[in-house]
Design a protein around this ligand. Structure first.
Ligand SMILES: Nc1ncnc2c1ncn2[C@@H]1O[C@H](COP(=O)(O)OP(=O)(O)O)[C@@H](O)[C@H]1O
Ligand SMILES: [Mg+2]
Length: 226
């Protein structure tokens, strides 16, 4: 991957003229979801106290099965961190079913020709909100193989961990692919999301075991209640 920007320098924003639409599912922004927003803020407090304050700069948000609120938790946590001034990057690593756009929708798609030559790093949407930057799945890689196993992804992660105070990667459920495990092992830390009355304990334990076998530290589990 070409790497034209010196370490520590902010990257150019190719899309800074874009505007964004924020879904009501971003409960940390929207009015009218006090309980959900409070739950995310409590999670933020734990992540800051037990993770960020220890000098760690990122984590993968993982789940065993779809529909448990993995993306919901990842993106709301990212917004909540940005709201207290932590320069945060949220990456959608669910290439098969990306969902970040359903939370933060760019006003208009970019013409493909404009950014065909850009690296994923250069495609980061900088500061869509103060201290919140976004990398959409479609801008991350053209194929899952290219993305998650390779050196390019590792280099991208090194750069993101350096350039942002905190990087959160939303991953696909383990039942769909091993991408989440691979991402977690590269970034080193995982947070597992489960859903009240839906997720089975045995699925969470199995995911926790797989994460540990792949070398990712499990920093905690979130019980998402809706
Ligand atoms: N705590 C919650 N409160 C309100 N809506 C939620 C909550 N958790 C998840 N959702 C909604 O449920 C749907 C599925 O959640 P999502 O995060 O996309 O699941 P996953 O990423 O685990 O497949 C989305 O529309 C999401 O906004
Ligand atoms: Mg998801």
């Amino acid at each position: 991957m070409s790497d034209p920007t010196p370490p520590g320098q902010p990257t150019a924003n190719p899309v800074d003229s874009l505007r964004y639409r924020f879904s009501p599912q971003l409960v940390t922004l929207a009015e009218g979801h006090p309980a959900e927003a409070e739950a995310v803020r409590t999670l933020r407090t734990h992540i800051i106290a037990r993770h960020i304050d220890d000098g760690r700069r990122g984590l993968a948000v993982c789940s065993a099965k779809p529909g448990v609120g993995c993306s919901f938790t990842a993106v709301n946590l990212a917004v909540a961190l940005s709201q207290v001034g932590v320069a945060t990057l949220i990456i959608d690593a669910d290439l098969r079913k990306p969902s970040l756009e359903s939370f933060i929708q760019p006003e208009a798609p970019k013409p493909r020709s404009v950014d065909a030559d850009r690296t994923p790093l250069e495609r980061i949407h900088q500061e869509v909100l103060p201290d919140l930057s976004v990398l959409y799945a479609g801008d991350l890689a053209r194929s899952s193989e290219e993305l998650l196993g390779g050196d390019n992804f590792r280099r991208l992660m090194e750069r993101c961990l350096r350039d942002f105070e905190f990087t959160i990667i939303d991953t696909p459920p383990a039942s769909d692919s091993s991408d989440g495990l691979r991402v977690a092992s590269v970034i080193g830390y995982a947070l597992v999301v489960a859903r009240t009355n839906v997720t089975l304990m045995k699925d969470v334990s199995q995911l926790a075991k797989q994460l540990q076998e792949d070398g990712a530290n499990l920093i905690g589990a979130v019980l998402n209640e809706t």
